[in-house]
Design a protein around this ligand. Structure first.
Ligand code: GLU
Length: 293
């Protein structure tokens, strides 16, 4: 399979200029390296009716084109189940019955990084496990044998972050993002992951999991976020931030596209027009502050 990049939005609402900018960057990274560009709807968790159609419409309106059919995570449960079964067959998973509160209140394990799962359910006896199973459904955790892992990122260099016994499947049966993203990227032939740098801290977990599944880690580029005038991450409540809002305010999608390209030091009339000038090394490394229109 030829190599590919991707954009993987959660259909939780309309995309705002920050999401659109990340999508444009992912497209530029992929197309400038001759990759296919795939779109995956990450609807395992935060799906809102009608959001996907609006997201696809808005991506097309700013020139983000994609190859092949859109993939939806809710159609791919068997792939996730197979990956968890593979890990389980090597003894790399265990059932966890902890509530969020129990995890917060548990003393952290010696030398464990802050925020890491304390390992309460790692060593349950068969009898303890049987009893807990009768009380509440289990989540599935990874039995990790490292506490940190390093990844290479095109914009951040070597990044080392925490790896704990993170959840692969929640106790409500929903596959966890960290497992789904690794399985999907591998299965779709994605070898370049461009996304917002708020996701950089989870990347070592994903790369470690990929290594356990014998999947080569993709190339990563975690791009700066867009902030509001107060320096917080841009959100829907920050006024006119979606294409629909901006169109209503007299700024059509092609103009929004040009404003975003300017913020990337890529003055061009369209996304495709910016491709010849695109150079990852010349990208601004600071967040872009959206002042409002
Ligand atoms: N679905 C995630 C989000 O919208 C992105 C995941 C990813 O790009 O790996 O925040």
């Amino acid at each position: 399979m030829s190599s590919a990049g991707r954009f993987a939005p959660s259909p939780s609402g309309e995309l705002h200029v920050g999401n659109l900018r990340t999508a444009m960057l992912a497209w530029l990274f992929a197309r400038s390296t001759g990759r296919r560009f795939l779109l995956r709807v990450e609807d395992l968790d935060r799906a809102r009716a009608g959001a996907e159609a609006k997201q696809l419409r808005d991506l097309a309106a700013i020139g983000v084109s994609w190859d092949g059919a859109v993939v939806r995570q809710t159609d791919r449960e068997p792939l996730y189940t197979a990956a968890i079964a593979l890990l389980a067959s090597s003894g790399l998973t265990y059932e966890c019955f902890c509530t969020r509160r129990e995890i917060q209140e548990a003393p952290s394990a010696p030398h464990a990084p802050q925020g890491a799962y304390p390992g309460t359910c790692r060593k349950l006896s068969t009898a303890e496990r049987e009893f807990k199973r009768s009380v509440r459904p289990a989540a599935i955790r990874l039995r990790s044998s490292v506490t940190e892992w390093s990844v290479e990122d095109a914009l951040h260099g070597t990044f080392t972050g925490v790896v704990d016994d993170f959840v692969l499947r929640r106790n409500d049966g929903v596959t966890a993002y960290n497992l789904a993203v690794v399985v999907d990227d591998a299965e779709q032939g994605i070898d370049q992951v461009v996304r917002g740098d708020d996701l950089l801290p989870s990347t070592p977990r994903q790369a470690y999991l990929a290594s356990l599944l014998n999947i080569p880690a993709p190339e990563y580029a975690h791009v700066p976020l867009v902030l509001n005038a107060d320096g917080a991450r841009l959100a829907k409540r920050d006024g006119a931030v979606t294409l629909a809002d901006l169109s209503a305010a007299g700024i059509p999608p092609d103009a929004v596209c040009r404003i975003i390209l300017e913020s990337l030091n890529l003055p061009a009339a369209s996304l495709a027009g910016a491709l010849p000038e695109f150079d990852p090394a010349a990208l601004p490394r600071e967040p872009w502050v959206w002042q409002g229109e």
